[in-house]
Design a binder for this molecule. Structure first.
Ligand SMILES: Cc1cc2nc3c(=O)[nH]c(=O)nc-3n(C[C@H](O)[C@H](O)[C@H](O)COP(=O)(O)O)c2cc1C
Length: 325
């Protein structure tokens, strides 16, 4: 019987080895609180620009707000210059963060253009300088999130695992797709397994985990240390509990119903309005709304209406005719 591994990151023992992936524009404080309630053992901020933080950008600082409802949050940073990344990590540690994560996996044009994210993997020497500088600058555990490669057929992960562990990185999350795939296509389980084979630090799997079946595929890999879930958990926060219960207690919890999903949506809208102010809170939710309303027969029309909302009252009016929200 496959069990969910226990996971410690450096000296930090997590409640479970299930984590919410960092997602820009999505994993803000209101959403992270819902994921914690749904059973995530670790949640991440969205990626934070090291340069912006070091230059005192206020919006960037806001991305780092946390609450007492989040037992443990990792702050993810991106950048290219070791000294700037190190300074950024220090400031984040001073804010009280217990884990600093480095983005070595983002393929977005905006990030690739400056040579950050997954683009760094093209030059392992630069990866080494960056990781070493950040690890040296803080006392909290440093982790990183990588891709298995940049282009189809490439598996650079085993080499990066070795570099990272030698630098003192305490855990790696491996997104088992190459950067050129973006976020689509099946994860490459074989490439992920190769990444784990000689690892002496925990290696956590990411990519395409949406249910118990996809979770099990990774958990069957002997040295898989945990699961990081992105889009599959948005609006279905109980996915964490379902996976934990299934593998720890052999208990099958019911799937999230559309009513439950809509209830999460309503709670999210209230939390988002409180966090950002009503109008901005609802604008932020536009990107997330499709995850909540998928499966509804009128999802497309509903999305168009949600995109025009500016008050919570309007939000309630739209949903008042859907039962049991
Ligand atoms: C909208 C969006 C934003 C993302 N932002 C980040 C980010 O800030 N940092 C990061 O490392 N990965 C980011 N990712 C990648 C996710 O963390 C994750 O690796 C990816 O979604 C694959 O996991 P999944 O198949 O479970 O969704 C983002 C993905 C999406 C869809």
């Amino acid at each position: 019987m496959i069990k969910l591994p226990q996971l410690s990151i450096g000296n930090i023992k997590l409640k479970n080895s299930l984590m919410l992936a960092p997602m820009a524009g999505i994993t803000d404080l209101p959403l992270r609180e819902l994921a914690v309630e749904g059973g995530a053992g670790l949640v991440y901020t969205e990626m934070i620009s090291a340069t912006a933080l070091v230059y005192g950008d206020k919006k960037t600082l806001k991305l780092l707000s946390t609450s007492e409802n989040e037992p443990i949050v990792a702050a993810q940073i991106f950048g290219t210059q070791p000294q700037v990344m190190a300074e950024c990590a220090k400031r984040i540690q001073d804010l009280g963060y217990k884990i600093i994560d480095i983005n070595l996996g983002c393929p977005a044009k905006k990030i690739a253009k400056v040579g950050a994210g997954a683009r760094l993997l093209a030059n392992p020497k630069n990866v080494e300088s960056l990781l070493a500088a950040v690890v040296k600058s803080v006392s909290v555990p440093v982790t990183a999130k990588i891709r298995i490669g940049l282009i189809q057929g490439q598996n650079i992960a085993p080499e990066i695992v070795e570099i990272a562990q030698n630098c003192g990185v305490k855990m790696l999350a491996v997104h088992a797709r190459v950067a050129e795939q973006g976020h689509s296509g099946l994860p490459d389980l074989e490439a992920f397994e190769k990444a784990t084979e000689n690892a002496q630090i925990p290696i956590v799997a990411n990519g395409g985990i949406i249910d118990i079946i996809t979770a099990e595929k990774f958990l069957k890999i002997p040295k898989c240390s945990g699961l990081m879930i992105g889009r599959g958990a948005i609006g279905d926060y109980d996915l964490f509990k379902r996976i934990e219960c299934f593998f720890d207690k052999q208990e099958l919890l019911p799937h999230t119903s559309i009513q439950t999903r809509l209830r999460w949506f309503k709670r999210h809208s209230i939390a988002s309005a409180k966090y950002y102010g009503e109008e901005k809170g609802l604008v932020v939710l536009r990107k997330i709304a499709p995850y909540y309303i998928k499966g509804l027969p009128n999802a497309c029309a509903l999305r168009n209406r949600i995109n025009k909302l500016v008050t919570l009252k309007e939000f309630d009016e739209i949903f008042s005719n859907i039962n049991n929200i």
